[in-house]
Unconditional design. Structure first.
Length: 467
């Protein structure tokens, strides 16, 4: 197991590399009482059952149920269509992309073996239309995922699919084509499950959307495409043995949170860049961006003061963004912490042949593999940033596997929760997201919400301000 452990290297955050632009051990020591309080609070919340996501790696019963259902349905369908948004979609997209073939849906069935996976996480009408050009609804299993059971985007698409399914497979076969993942008792969708006898899974009450990828929200669709969900959970469980250590110097989640916190409070580094050097991990940054932004961007502290905390997540991809964003990271404002994700061993590789021997501009590449080049480029960017006194750190994955990704996901979740404690804000609510949902309901004329329109009255629109 040890050889598959992911590692966090934060040398390039520290004073011995960055001088006065870096963090000292004294900076960390000075926060001892804050750190101890944050550790105590987090532990207490876990014991009180408030941090449901920390129980997920141990929920073997749900895991077995998921495997049972997925093993039955996955061979029956050509497509799996997931409808969900935010925390109900991003984790599945990220892990599917990380763990399966880069052109998965284009593989022939003999190679793919499991259904094509489509995740629709928007209400874009052209996507809604376009999907029916590429899937045959009669050969499709639809997994509707919404914890609240009422999110407009997800429900809107479900309504459209619902009618199409009835037309094409008949009302009595609807049940064979729909699996619903929602709250255990609350919400309109649970009612629909009960009335129609759909197969369903539960999003635990104490697991928020953006912390739910290791619940049926992510595990069911991933199991349907043969992601080894046991290994994902084992990875998370393995990481749990590190992120429960009270000593920040031995706990990668706590230390990473702490460094981001100090970078913000001491240097005003309000931007968190995640930059994997791997296309497979590109969408992990997308998943992380939601986790970080929605959990930490808060107006009020736990004691009711207006604090307007938050760090802005930025997604970058190595080496691609070396040719766009890295200029800014090297020479722009000192307002960022850049986290690289590096993969030691890629599943597949290509060695560059010894051709173009006379052309030195090309021939220096010969004999190196693509993975060599990518990892050397990561190192080069890291070295350049450090030389320019830019705070950066590197998470190394020995390889991309269910086990390492389980570790990564879980570590980042605990880091985010610990950040919430350091900032003394509630990392688990999302009043800003709810405000948008309420405004949508009000503008769409949903019953009980119309009167809320006046809360969103912005004043008159001035023509002169529109060019
Ligand atoms: O993290 C969250 O709570 C949100 O991003 C939700 O996942 C998102 O709003 C979707 O909510 P629901 O699953 O209720 O449809």
């Amino acid at each position: 197991m040890k050889k598959s452990k992911i590692r966090v290297n934060f040398n390039n955050m520290m004073k011995h590399r960055l001088g006065s632009y870096g963090i000292s051990e004294m900076d960390i020591k000075n926060l001892s009482s804050k750190i101890n309080l944050a550790i105590k609070n987090l532990k207490q919340k876990r014991e009180d059952g408030k941090l449901g996501f920390m129980y997920l790696p141990y929920d073997t019963k749900t895991n077995e149920d998921i495997k049972k259902v997925s093993s039955i349905v996955k061979d029956r369908f050509e497509n799996l269509l997931v409808l969900g948004i935010g925390g109900s979609a991003l984790g599945t997209i990220a892990l599917h992309k990380a763990l399966k073939h880069p052109f998965y849906n284009l593989l022939p069935k003999e190679k793919r073996k499991t259904p094509k996976l489509f995740v629709i996480d928007n209400v874009d009408p052209e996507v809604a239309n376009g999907i029916f050009d590429v899937i045959d609804i009669k050969k499709t299993l639809v997994n509707v995922i919404t914890k609240s059971g009422e999110t407009a985007e997800t429900v809107a698409f479900m309504k459209i699919i619902w009618d199409k399914l009835i037309k094409q497979v008949g009302k009595n076969k609807l049940r064979d084509h729909i699996v619903i993942t929602t709250d255990k008792t609350k919400g309109a969708l649970r009612k629909i499950v009960n009335e129609n006898g759909f197969i369903s899974f539960t999003v635990p009450e104490n697991v928020g959307g953006r912390f739910s990828v290791l619940s049926p929200v992510g595990l069911f669709p991933l199991a349907c495409v043969d992601v080894d969900i046991d290994e994902l959970l084992k990875g998370a469980e393995y990481m749990d043995s590190f992120v429960t250590i009270n000593n920040v110097w031995k706990n990668p989640a706590f230390m990473s949170a702490l460094l981001h916190y100090i970078a913000d409070k001491k240097f005003g580094a309000k931007i968190t860049v995640m930059m994997p050097y791997s296309n497979a991990l590109k969408d992990i940054s997308d998943w992380f961006a939601q986790l970080w932004a929605e959990s930490l961007g808060k107006k009020y502290s736990n004691d009711g003061k207006i604090v307007n905390e938050g760090l802005t997540p930025v997604k970058a991809l190595g080496a691609t963004d070396q040719h766009s964003q890295v200029q800014l990271y090297n020479e722009g404002p000192y307002d960022k912490v850049i986290t690289f994700i590096r993969v030691e061993n890629f599943k597949k590789d290509e060695v560059m042949p010894h051709n173009f021997k006379e052309e030195e501009t090309f021939s220096y590449l010969s004999g190196y593999s693509m993975a060599d080049l990518l990892n050397i480029e990561q190192r080069a960017t890291e070295v350049a940033l450090t030389k320019n006194k830019r705070m950066n750190m590197t998470i190394t994955l020995p390889e991309i596997s269910e086990f390492t990704l389980g570790q990564l996901i879980y570590m980042l979740e605990v880091e985010t929760a610990f950040m919430g404690e350091l900032y003394n804000i509630n990392a688990f609510d999302q009043p800003g997201v709810e405000a948008g949902k309420i405004a949508t309901y009000a503008l769409m004329g949903r019953k009980g919400y119309k009167e809320k329109l006046k809360d969103f009255n912005l004043g008159k629109e001035i023509k002169r301000y529109i060019i």
